[in-house]
Design a protein. Structure first.
Length: 134
């Protein structure tokens, strides 16, 4: 696998991971309600469901690091890293209830990661690595 292929895959994986993170965040209230109706003793979200946050964060971190290293624009790599840190902080604060924040704050960095990864994949200045080069 060439460096270009790894670079493009890191953006696809990063955007996909952030997309799955958004789906995970959006479905959490429904899982929580379903859990309450099936297991009346418990008033919290199942541990396996909460651990998905950190699975998505880990996958996303690897994709961000790879994409940031290979990006042709330095600001884009920095923006990816800042977005990932913001996502990590919102999930960490929410998990450990450090302070009360809206669930909507999780969507902002996740959406920005998707946009940045897609932009990073489409942005190309090299002659032989673009799919649509003339």
């Amino acid at each position: 696998m060439t460096i270009t292929e790894k670079f493009l895959k890191s953006n696809i994986i990063g955007a996909s991971s952030s997309g799955f993170c958004i789906i995970h965040c959006a479905t959490t209230p429904f899982v929580f309600l379903a859990n309450l109706s099936t297991v009346p003793c418990c008033d919290s979200i199942p541990l396996w469901w909460q651990s998905l946050n950190y699975l998505f964060l880990t996958i996303s971190l690897m994709a961000v690091i790879t994409a940031a290293k290979k990006s042709t624009k330095s600001w884009l790599g920095i923006a990816l890293i800042i977005s990932w840190i913001f996502l990590f902080l919102t999930i960490f604060i929410e998990t450990f209830e450090i302070m009360i924040i809206s669930e909507a704050w999780n969507y902002i960095p996740a959406i920005s990661l998707i946009i940045l990864h897609v932009y990073n994949q489409k942005y190309c200045t090299c002659d032989n690595c673009c799919k649509n080069s003339s």
